[in-house]
Design a protein around this ligand. Structure first.
Ligand code: 5GP
Ligand code: MN
Length: 326
């Protein structure tokens, strides 16, 4: 995994030169994907750029409260762009069809991200693995370029910080991140409202899902795992599970070193990893074709739930052994 690579001046120049900008983020978007995207889109509109913001399938209902979320398109099929800015996405596949279209129809690409597993795609890099959220990198760019921070932009960036740090609780939470949060609050971002509408809420359907999923939990020598099947989703009347709530909950178990949650899709399995400090699931997810951070990562594997469990649990055991110097 490579060190930070951030060419602030080249990014600011590319934005100054561009008139039409496509801003894109990763599929199955979380609070940082949407927050950082809306943050930079708002800042660019403030500079009178013509902005197209898009994410495959659009904004999840639970994040629709974010200011200007209705401006995000669920796909992009026309137009040529001077610039594409990819946010919070460690590789180009992660941006789905929007990314594919953007890559083919943009003169230049800025890769703005905070994943250590970032593949360094694009023409201009703003890749900062020490940043707790892509929203932090957007904030740094705004400051570097001296652009104005409106209340809406601050609101969206704070949502990115809050969700990616689980309310400033993860080990990567830095004093710098808290300083940025303070600056965003001073610009009008409502911290308690963001907390209440992201971390401190859930639908009853999710509780129903957990009722079933928790029955699948197994713990063996520090490896805790659970599976969410298609039938669990159907019983809970959910199409998909959108957050990492369950895997975050499981890694908090005292005896757990690494937590893995398998989510069964029709022809593939989505896998979420979390680790206690000292274990590296980012490297594991990368080896499986995904990516992420040292302590939080994920991937998607084609095939059945059982196949995925056999392969991934064996590799996770090796990750635990490696963390113990084995
Ligand atoms: P989560 O478990 O919350 O879905 O994801 C945890 C972390 O892993 C996030 O930083 C997310 O961006 C990354 N991640 C999850 N799934 C994938 C994937 O399929 N590909 C890549 N590149 N990263 C992923
Ligand atoms: Mn992020």
């Amino acid at each position: 995994m490579l060190p930070a690579e951030a060419n602030w001046q080249a990014a600011a120049d590319a934005i100054a030169d561009a008139q039409t900008v496509l801003v894109a983020s990763h599929v199955s978007p979380d609070g940082d994907a949407i927050g950082s995207l809306l943050g930079i889109a708002g800042a660019l509109r403030g500079l009178s750029k013509i902005v197209t913001a898009a994410i495959d399938e659009g904004v999840p209902d639970e994040l629709a409260f974010l200011p200007n979320s209705q401006t995000i398109l669920p796909k992009v099929t026309r137009g040529e762009f001077d610039l594409m800015i990819a946010l919070d996405a460690s590789d180009i596949e992660r941006i789905g069809s929007v990314g594919k279209y953007g890559l083919a129809h943009s003169r230049r690409v800025i890769n703005l991200d905070h994943h250590p597993t970032n593949t360094r795609f694009g023409d201009i890099l703003l890749v900062m693995p020490e940043a707790v959220a892509a929203a932090e990198v957007v904030f740094d760019l705004l400051q570097y370029a001296g652009w104005q921070l409106s209340r809406d932009v601050a609101f969206n960036l704070l949502a990115g910080l809050v969700t990616d740090t689980q309310g400033f609780r993860i080990p990567a939470t830095s004093s710098r991140c808290l300083e940025i949060a303070q600056a965003l609050m001073e610009a009008g971002a409502p911290l308690s409202e963001i907390m209440a509408r992201t971390l401190n809420r859930r639908s009853f359907a999710e509780v129903t899902l957990w009722q079933n999923a928790l029955q699948s939990v197994q713990l063996q020598d520090g490896l805790i795992s659970a599976a969410i099947t298609q039938s669990d989703l159907e019983q809970a009347s959910l199409h998909k599970m959108t957050d990492g709530g369950l895997v975050n909950y499981l890694v908090d178990v005292d005896a757990a070193k690494v937590a893995v949650v398998f989510k069964e899709l029709p022809t593939a399995v989505e896998i979420s990893f979390r680790a206690k400090p000292g274990y590296d699931v980012g490297r594991l997810a990368l080896a499986l074709g995904g990516g992420g951070h040292v302590l939080a990562a994920g991937c998607t594997l084609a095939g059945s739930l059982q196949q995925a469990q056999e392969l991934v649990l064996a590799l996770t055991r090796k990750t635990i052994d490696a963390g113990e110097g084995g």
